[in-house]
Design a protein around this ligand. Structure first.
Ligand SMILES: Cc1ncc(COP(=O)(O)O)c(C=O)c1O
Length: 400
């Protein structure tokens, strides 16, 4: 952990406004913002506006200085760095032989969908959920079965009865779990995951657990790796994990697929090599190893900053009537409920963009249950967030 003085210094680091448009960042790209979007609050894409940790930058510089970028194996120490991170940070002991390298999380979701379900089989999602889950299911010609989350007193919960009903259908083969959950910010508890895992186990539904947001968890909450709960759950699941979100290295990163069941792992490995998704990127390896080895204190500083952004957002929203924060327990994504403003989904999108000058992700992108909501990325500087909230406040005031 950082000392208090070191934490104070760290907070200033996150206050630095860096022009993302100097590189083709998706968040500020015309592909996402459209033409004339230069002054928009760019809070749609799920990465952070913070520079990567200094140890990551040093590792990349050292790798660059070497000057030769021929074919490379996985560096000695990378898997150990991941294993140590998972053990020390999350109390999860993973066997090195169970870890496979993958290009990215979405690739692993697609591979799992095509390997462990047949065309026309059901893949269960719990909406509102990360929009790419829908594309993966559709593009792999699997059938989507949605088991919507239940919003109870401002908090989303699993619908276990619905899950039992859907999981028991003979064609239901896979559940895509988002743990912690994008976009609603729930950090699922061990009890919740146990109930979900038991239902899947009983019905022979494999849990493909996307745990990319594992490290972004706020004080008072605890991330539980799904596969760590029991040997049975581990055997009946595939875990997808990467340091992309935690250290803001999505574009120089790959990911890991953890599979303890030997048959599933072999099948995955064969498919991975059939599509030749097993090459190593030298910069991704260097960045990931440095992140997992040396950047815990940086992440603690980032979490502090995110939590104070969240506190600021919560406070400001108190005086913007008609907009409610669904309190996130983790992830740097805030799920805002605009339903009280009475807009149709399209009207809300255009109000946010034209009036508040916000480029956020429309709630309906996460499923019909998201209509009337929007997902806002709060991993930006405090000054950016402050300006954005001032604009929202004025836009809402003009409605009256
Ligand atoms: C839940 C979730 N899974 C996967 C991804 C994308 O991961 P990758 O870039 O490794 O494919 C994201 C990015 O926003 C995400 O939020």
């Amino acid at each position: 952990m950082l000392t208090n003085t070191a934490k104070l210094q760290a907070q200033e680091v996150f206050d630095e406004n860096i022009e993302r448009r100097q590189v083709p960042a998706m968040k500020t790209h015309t592909m996402v913002l459209g033409d004339g979007g230069n002054d928009l609050f760019a809070a749609g894409v799920a990465d952070m506006d913070f520079k990567a940790p200094p140890y990551v930058l040093d590792a990349l510089q050292r790798r660059l200085d070497h000057g030769i970028f021929g074919y490379e194996a996985v560096p000695e120490g990378l898997l150990l760095a991941l294993i140590t991170w998972l053990k020390q940070r999350h109390g999860w002991q993973v066997n090195e032989e169970h870890i496979l390298r993958s290009p990215n999380i979405l690739n692993s979701l697609a591979l799992a969908a095509s390997l462990f379900a047949e065309e026309g089989d059901n893949i269960i999602v719990q909406s509102p959920v990360f929009f790419d889950f829908y594309d993966v299911v559709k593009e792999n010609h699997r059938n989507l079965e949605s088991n919507p989350l239940i919003l109870k007193k401002g908090r989303y919960e699993f619908d276990f009865e619905g899950l039992e009903r859907i999981a028991s259908k003979p064609k239901s083969k896979i559940l895509f779990l988002c743990n912690p959950h994008n976009p609603v910010g729930r950090v699922w508890t061990r009890d919740e995951l146990t109930q979900l895992g038991d239902i899947c186990l009983r019905n022979n539904v494999i849990v493909v657990s996307d745990e990319i947001h594992a490290d972004i968890v706020f004080a008072g909450h605890q991330y539980t790796p799904f596969a760590s709960i029991s040997a049975e759950f581990s055997d009946n699941s595939i875990t997808l994990i990467s340091p992309a979100k935690s250290f803001n290295i999505a574009s120089c990163c790959s990911s890991f697929t953890i599979i303890s069941n030997e048959a599933k792992r072999k099948a995955y490995q064969i498919e991975n090599s059939r599509i030749t998704a097993n090459k190593n990127n030298a910069f991704a390896s260097a960045a990931m190893q440095a992140a997992y080895t040396s950047c815990g204190p940086w992440l603690d500083g980032a979490l502090d900053y995110l939590q104070s952004n969240l506190k600021f957002l919560r406070k400001e929203l108190e005086s913007i009537s008609g907009v409610t924060l669904i309190e996130p327990q983790g992830t740097f994504l805030a799920w805002l409920d605009f339903r009280a403003l009475g807009f149709t989904p399209d009207e809300l999108t255009s109000f946010l963009k034209q009036q508040a000058r916000w480029a956020v992700t429309r709630g309906q992108a996460f499923g019909v249950e998201g209509e009337g909501f929007a997902r806002v990325n709060i991993a930006c500087t405090r000054s950016t967030l402050k300006t954005a909230l001032e604009r929202l406040s004025s836009a809402v005031a003009r409605l009256n």
